[in-house]
Design a protein around this ligand. Structure first.
Ligand SMILES: NC(=O)c1ccc[n+]([C@@H]2O[C@H](COP(=O)([O-])OP(=O)(O)OC[C@H]3O[C@@H](n4cnc5c(N)ncnc54)[C@H](O)[C@@H]3O)[C@@H](O)[C@H]2O)c1
Length: 466
């Protein structure tokens, strides 16, 4: 992986450093002895600009980010401060002023007020799935990229669903509850093997497709419905309409995103179409199932069992909150037989947390060192192949700018004085991201390029990596 020094955003660049190009707020960049005019023996290899003062990059990790993420960032030589908890807003503001990178989970709110104080911030890593705790638009408008890890827990969800299919088919939850109360109730009536039964998967994405493979290994027949035509894994079969799936499946499991089209996609009408004595599982988003309709369908025996991991209203903290104050039907739901209720734990495993740490940690390193935005949730996704060891006098210029007419012409006038080896540009809403690799540039050229780009009205942020 290419590592590079970075002309960071700063109001008053300090060009007095040895290379004369650092605008780092902590401003201690050295000449990367290996880079300009340096000697390289492994031609064609990705460029490692070591040693350079990576300690200039200050990172704050909050909310007990997984060790795997911490290791990746400290391994790069960045200055990493790690805290187990989130911070009250005033302390967060105090800390965020100083850092280039912040890593959070779901409790830290990075709203406009907090971000407006984050004058040095380059990038936010959400070491979780959701990003609604961050004002993504404000961040993008200020050149701050945001990354998360949407798919690191797919396997964990798929495994939970497999467990629930068997648990529902055998009424395990009820038997276990009875035993906890001292009641021995040995029954086989309406308890089933899952072998030979049909599983209907709604949404054949990361989780749905993993589940498909696991379910077939358990001897189930798999059908799925998706708005996109997708290649089936194993002997699974895509059905053209949701109704087809509802009528054919013994177990139905939902794995669609939360969208206006998926809101209450399973309601009274759909429950009526399902087979008598079939089962419903929802570990996607709470709004996808009309829960009062499900309660009715279970009371009349139409649906033999259900497992819910997600709810339209969910408590913000652990505690005795699953009562009628949240959604109004919790007591009714709790009174039903053969229903497994879990507190949004589908993706909550040690493995998933580790995978999230690695995915977000790697994305942050790629962004800091190479400016690559692949996987960003608020910036255009831009990638260029790495600079290599046989390109010693190259630099990568990143210009985040307002998406307005005429900018590229002005940028290319500035870059055009040098040899631009490769260049890419893309936009997302009001923000555009340009990345260009220029060759045969000396330190003084970098300063000139940086200053000229900074002077353009369209500028949001300029970075020069070398
Ligand atoms: N319970 C948990 O802890 C947990 C953990 C991770 C993800 N999730 C949720 O699981 C769901 C699926 O996640 P994923 O990672 O598999 O997502 P994904 O984006 O990989 O797959 C979603 C699939 O749904 C399909 N789809 C979209 N709209 C549809 C519609 N109207 N009808 C049918 N199919 C439709 C898409 O084409 C896609 O193939 C999401 O809602 C996600 O938020 C829950």
């Amino acid at each position: 992986m290419t590592q590079a020094q970075d002309i960071l955003r700063a109001p008053e660049p300090d060009y007095s450093q040895s290379l004369g190009v650092s605008a780092s707020p902590t401003a201690t960049f050295h000449s990367p002895l290996s880079s300009f005019g340096g000697v390289f023996s492994q031609r064609g290899q990705p460029k490692q600009l070591k040693p350079f003062n990576t300690q200039d990059i200050k990172i704050l990790l909050l909310e007990n980010v997984n060790q795997s993420g911490q290791d990746i960032l400290t391994g790069q030589g960045y200055q990493v401060e790690f805290l187990k908890s989130s911070l009250p807003e005033d302390q967060l503001i105090e800390k965020i002023r100083d850092v280039h990178v912040i890593g959070i989970r779901s409790k830290t709110k990075l709203n406009k007020k907090v971000l407006s104080e984050a004058k040095n911030l380059l990038v936010i890593g959400c070491f979780c799935i959701g990003t609604n705790q961050v004002d993504l638009e404000y961040a993008a408008e200020h050149g701050i990229a945001v990354f998360n890890s949407p798919f690191a827990n797919s396997r964990s969800v798929a495994e939970l669903v497999i467990g629930e299919i068997i648990a529902l088919a055998r009424q395990l939850g009820d038997r276990s509850n009875e035993m906890h109360k001292g009641t021995w109730n040995k029954v086989s009536n309406k308890c089933w093997e899952i072998r030979g039964k049909t599983l209907g998967i709604v949404g054949y994405g990361h989780i749905g497709s993993q589940l498909s493979v696991l379910a077939e290994a358990m001897g189930m027949n798999v059908i799925y419905y998706d708005v996109v035509s997708l290649m089936a894994l194993g002997t699974a079969r895509q059905v053209p309409k949701l109704d087809d799936l509802l009528k054919e499946a013994d177990f139905i499991t939902l794995h669609v995103p939360e969208l206006p089209e998926t809101k209450k996609m399973i309601s009274t009408e759909q429950l009526k179409m399902m087979k008598n004595g079939s089962y419903l599982i929802n570990a996607s988003r709470g709004t996808v199932v009309d829960i009062p309709a499900l309660i009715n369908a279970m009371r009349i025996g139409k649906i033999a069992g259900a497992a819910l991991d997600v709810y339209p209203g969910e408590p913000r903290a652990n505690g005795d909150y699953f009562n009628n104050s949240l959604n109004g039907w919790e007591e009714d739901l709790r009174s039903l037989s053969n229903i497994i209720l879990t507190p949004h734990i589908g993706g909550s495993t040690e493995e998933a947390q580790r995978a999230i740490g690695v995915e977000v940690g790697d994305a942050l390193v790629r962004y800091i060192n190479q400016g690559i935005t692949l996987g960003s949730v608020n910036m255009p996704e831009v990638n260029l192949r790495s600079l290599t060891l046989d390109e010693p006098n190259h630099a990568r210029v990143i210009y985040i700018h307002q998406n307005i007419p005429g900018v590229l012409r002005m940028v290319n006038e500035i870059l055009g004085n040098h040899n631009v080896d490769k260049q890419i540009s893309d936009s997302r809403g009001d923000v555009a991201y340009l990345m260009a690799d220029v060759s045969d540039v000396q330190t003084s050229d970098l300063k000139e390029i940086h200053d000229s780009l900074e002077a353009l009205n369209s500028r949001i942020m300029t970075r020069v990596l070398y």
